[in-house]
Ligand binder design. Structure first.
Ligand SMILES: Cc1cc2nc3c(=O)[nH]c(=O)nc-3n(C[C@H](O)[C@H](O)[C@H](O)COP(=O)(O)O)c2cc1C
Length: 300
């Protein structure tokens, strides 16, 4: 089951997705973290953030909407209190950061580099850029600029996390790779909304929110396919993955590893279950090594 993603050796290709699993350590009594390929932490920002006011999640058919607003303890607390608890384990540690501009992204990456103990860094480009108001991952120039600024600060593998909320993700993926990203994570949430017609109000305090869960799986798969055809791998796939079957669909389509997100809200051990179910499922198809399956979907 072992795979290598941008030079990071994972014992299996299953990670938890950012923001859906805390920082992992909080879940230790409930989940056997050492059975996962890797943990991606919730997005960390320069300063601690309380996030948006409630309500900030809402269940939808086949998924959920969230507008957490990047609640997190800040980079110092992450480096001082959380990272030391994740050292020396069987899973790989991926940090996920978001800044307000290229410089603040770069400072976060530099701090992680100094802290050590991080195997990979995901850049959450799906957050508004204070200067222009645009989401970094909807603009190829901005995406390239952020990744290049971060690249200058570290040799730790960088993954640009892409949004599905664009007409064509390929130019953004190309720009992120040109900026120096080692890989791409596809995808963040799909913009959505829910209205309570009786109250004449949005169901969420932030009005618009991110849709995730099985509802977005076909969208995520399509983005993985487009990105793979445009720039190749490595790709970390996220979007509605809840079973080993789902995971294998993404691996065949070109992902090197998968992230389980919203499924953890239904069943906290979902990532562990997906990892545990993979060997038997592969064996049932006569595949002995998961690497023999990755990217086997013809490109045309
Ligand atoms: C409650 C919630 C919080 C999330 N927080 C973050 C976050 O802090 N940073 C990030 O990059 N993605 C965040 N995501 C997006 C997930 O990491 C993932 O990309 C997305 O939900 C699609 O995967 P899924 O359908 O398996 O959940 C969040 C998703 C949910 C549902």
């Amino acid at each position: 089951m072992a795979v290598s993603v941008a030079g990071i050796a994972l014992q299996n290709p299953v990670l938890c997705a950012s923001g859906t699993f805390g920082y992992g350590v909080e879940l230790e009594p409930l989940v056997r973290l050492d059975r996962l390929g890797g943990l991606v932490g919730k997005t960390v920002t320069a300063e601690p953030r309380r996030g948006n006011a409630p309500p900030r999640t809402f269940e939808t058919p086949a998924g959920m909407l969230n507008s957490i607003g990047l609640e997190n303890p800040g980079i110092e607390s992450y480096c001082e209190e959380i990272l030391p608890r994740l050292r020396g384990r069987a899973f790989r540690v991926f940090a996920n950061v978001a800044g307000e501009d290229a410089r603040s992204f770069a400072r976060l990456v530099s701090r992680l580099d100094r802290a050590g103990g991080v195997d990979g860094i995901e850049l959450n480009l799906s957050c508004p850029n204070v200067a222009g108001g645009l989401d970094f991952s909807t603009d190829a120039r901005l995406a390239r600029e952020v990744v290049a600024a971060c690249r200058a600060e570290t040799r730790v593998p960088l993954f640009a996390k892409l949004t599905p909320n664009v007409t064509d993700p390929a130019p953004i993926a190309v720009a992120a790779r040109e900026g120096g990203a080692d890989g791409l994570t596809c995808v963040n949430t799909v913009l959505g909304m829910a209205v309570d017609w009786r109250r004449r109000a949005s169901r969420l305090s932030a009005r618009h929110a991110g849709l995730s869960g099985p509802a977005i799986r076909p969208i995520a798969l399509r983005v993985v396919d487009q990105v793979r055809r445009a720039v190749g791998g490595p790709i970390l796939a996220a979007g509605g993955i809840a079973t080993a079957e789902d995971a294998l669909e993404f691996l065949v389509a070109g992902a090197s590893a998968v992230q389980v997100g919203t499924a953890s809200f239904v069943e906290i051990t979902a990532p562990e279950r997906v990892a545990a179910d993979l060997p038997a499922l592969l064996a049932s198809a006569g595949v002995g090594d998961v690497n023999d399956l990755i990217g086997t979907l013809p490109k045309d």
